[in-house]
Design a protein around this ligand. Structure first.
Ligand code: ZN
Ligand code: ZN
Length: 392
């Protein structure tokens, strides 16, 4: 995000991996890139995410922050290799005095890669980098979102800090007026990020990225006659647009339109019930919700004859996951405008842009979510990008 520019021209999301369980030839493990202006924030980083980045329009060097929803391997196994590539580091060459990474202390002044995740994220990275003798060319820092049942201070590993790890990583406790949430874990002049636990088989986090209020809609007819009458340059319209008040040379005060809420994006990790995030997720412009399993008799030819929706939902929930119908219910509950489903079972191939059979299955899955949600539903596909539009 360029300094001094206090509005985002566009917010775009690129899905880098949309598989649950095993990756397939058409779906990689979980990761998505949120493009905020020029910067990229990654959410989850499953195995081979850096390969997916190479196939996408995401620029590795633009990745500034990484948010991990939970430490299941399909969401974090790609993090260490990605960090090594992103920071011009790699393992196994520390004895080579010509290794450029050994002279990388000059880049200590570079902004660190900031990583957020639940307890264990810091230990996983520190242990992984230490035992693979990996040196990074840019420092990193890990902020952990601690549950009341977690230790609130310790690092959760006896290893000392990795040479590239800044000691300024925070252990963020649940505070604030809304119970059980981590409010404002990051904010700048463009966006604020808050988080909340969501229910899965292991501790898991959902993130809410909210764009700061944006300029209101300006009605030129309300201002231009006054500006003409007082011979005020029309260029002040841009200040009015920003919500400023302008005093004209005859003492008249023109008040710019009130700022209006910016875009809100809710990015959930794996979940069978994301209820705890409701208070901070309401009225989302975009909800990204997993839909691991579906019951598709007549569409998915592998559907067993004794299966019913109820048995599929029960099995899905018991593994910590959701069906499309559950995602639709949650989207309605938080009054989301748009729902994107991801984290699909490997049985649902992700080549629905070119394969008629896959298209039938994925549109049926979207249809199941629509049974419970009146808004737009999209099934994510690897390397698909979507724009998050400004509210009308
Ligand atoms: Zn998963
Ligand atoms: Zn999981």
């Amino acid at each position: 995000m360029s300094p001094g520019n206090n509005t985002l021209s566009s917010i775009k999301i690129t899905f880098l991996g949309t598989a649950s369980a095993q990756p397939s030839s058409t779906r990689n493990h979980s990761a998505l890139a949120l493009h905020l202006g020029g910067d990229v924030w990654l959410f989850d980083c499953g195995e081979a995410t850096q390969h997916q980045i190479q196939k996408s329009s995401v620029k590795m060097g633009k990745i500034k922050k990484i948010f991990i929803t939970h430490t299941h391997g399909d969401h974090i196994f790609g993090l260490l290799p990605l960090l090594a590539s992103r920071t011009n580091g790699a393992g196994g060459m520390v004895d080579d005095t010509d290794d450029p990474r050994l002279h990388s202390q000059s880049s200590v002044e570079a902004d660190p890669i900031e990583i957020y995740g639940p307890l264990g994220t810091r230990a996983y990275i520190r242990n992984g980098l230490t035992y693979t003798h990996t040196i990074l060319g840019i420092p990193y820092v890990v902020h952990e979102l601690r549950l009341p049942t977690d230790p609130d201070t310790a690092d959760h590993t006896s290893l000392v800090h990795h040479t590239s790890e800044l000691p300024s990583g925070r252990n963020i406790l649940q505070t604030g007026e809304i119970p059980n949430t981590w409010p404002d874990i990051f904010s700048n002049d463009l966006v604020t990020v808050s988080a909340s636990p969501i229910l899965h088989s292991v501790p898991c986090v959902g993130y809410v990225v909210t764009e700061n209020p944006i300029p209101g809609k300006i009605d030129p007819k309300k201002y231009i006659p006054e500006l003409r009458r007082t011979k005020t340059p029309l260029s002040v319209m841009s200040r009015l647009q920003q919500g400023e008040s302008i005093e004209l040379n005859d003492g008249t005060i023109l008040v710019g339109p009130q700022r209006r809420p910016g875009r809100k994006i809710v990015i959930l990790g794996d979940t069978y019930d994301p209820s705890p995030i409701v208070p901070i997720a309401e009225d989302a412009d975009l909800l990204i919700h997993e839909a691991t399993n579906a019951h598709l008799p007549g569409v998915d030819l592998n559907t067993k004859s004794d299966e019913t929706y109820e048995t599929v939902e029960e099995r899905t929930k018991s593994r910590g996951h959701s069906t499309p119908q559950m995602a639709g219910i949650f989207a309605t509950r938080i009054r989301a405008k748009r729902l994107v489903l991801n984290h699909f079972s490997p049985r649902y191939a992700g080549d629905d842009d070119v394969n008629e059979e896959s298209r039938r299955v994925m549109s049926a899955i979207a249809g199941l979510a629509k049974e419970n949600f009146a808004g737009d539903v999209v099934c994510a596909r690897d390397l698909m990008s979507i724009e998050v539009e400004l509210p009308k």
